[in-house]
Design a protein around this ligand. Structure first.
Ligand code: ADP
Ligand code: MG
Length: 245
């Protein structure tokens, strides 16, 4: 069930790299339980927007609120509600799966006894429980991504961000990760924003935001985007909209 609570609010965000305008007046909102895909070609500005939402980079103007907390002046309040899987893997290859997950739990001040059970349950659901004591270096790309996803949710955030999580995965791992994301959405209140340049990954989203050259060129459900582009296939609609703007 969706409720109307806003979990992410981006207002008129602009970001320059020297004189290059990487994000041009970006505004959108995500409600509790919404699954939103930020779809855009390489260089559109997706990772730049993630850096702003996570507080790694400051916007030159505009604002970004996570669960009502402004990332620019209350980053602790904002980040405690955010789970993040970055485009580049940030997991320690020389630690075991469990060591990585426990270290992250300690950083967030999570009670270790209770989290050990959650870790085991989540690894079991992902078919990874046998790998719990293996160094991450021995895992496949898809398995590492799943561990990163489990890690991002240990502190029970309201919002999950994933930046191109399927890049570099083989087709079976990609499908498995997409299923996992869909299951998370079906559980109810977690809001998810994930970026991709692959149109087929956007089809099941509640809302698609198309970003091109730093600008939002369309926002809507899959059928709304088809209507806007006057096309009957999302891939064609995407190409048409990106070409037109
Ligand atoms: P995406 O994630 O959609 O591929 P990025 O946000 O990585 O796009 O990049 C958007 C644009 O900003 C690109 O043209 C890229 O070259 C440029 N860019 C990204 N980071 C920097 C940086 N640190 N300095 C200068 N230009 C950058
Ligand atoms: Mg990127």
């Amino acid at each position: 069930m969706l409720n109307n609570q806003l979990v992410l609010e981006i207002n008129n965000v602009k970001k320059y790299y020297n004189s290059f305008l990487a994000l041009n007046n970006i505004s959108f909102r995500i409600k509790s339980g919404e699954l939103v895909v930020l779809l855009g070609p390489n260089g559109a500005g997706k990772s730049t927007l993630f850096s702003i939402i996570t507080g790694l980079v400051r916007a030159d103007s505009g604002s970004c609120f996570i669960n009502g907390c402004n990332i620019a002046d209350n980053s602790i309040g904002a980040l405690e509600n955010l789970g993040v899987v970055f485009q580049q893997s940030t997991i320690d290859l020389e630690l075991t799966v469990k060591e990585n997950l426990l270290f992250h739990s300690r950083l967030y001040g999570i009670e270790i006894n209770s989290v050990e059970k959650v870790i085991e349950e989540e690894l079991t659901k992902s078919g990874l429980v046998k790998k719990v004591s293996k160094k991450v270096r021995t895992l496949s790309g898809g398995e590492r991504r799943k561990v990163e996803l489990i890690r991002s949710l240990l502190h029970k955030p309201k919002m999950l961000l994933m930046d191109e999580p399927t890049v570099g995965l083989d087709p079976a791992s990609r499908i498995s990760l997409l299923k996992k994301i869909q299951n998370l959405k079906n559980k109810g209140t977690l809001s998810i924003l994930w970026t991709t340049h692959l149109v087929d990954e956007a089809e099941k989203a509640d809302k698609i935001i198309i970003l091109n050259k730093g600008k939002i060129i369309a926002i809507g459900s899959s059928s709304e985007i088809l209507g806007l582009a006057k096309e009957n296939n999302l891939a064609k609609a995407f190409l048409k909209l990106v070409k037109e703007k």
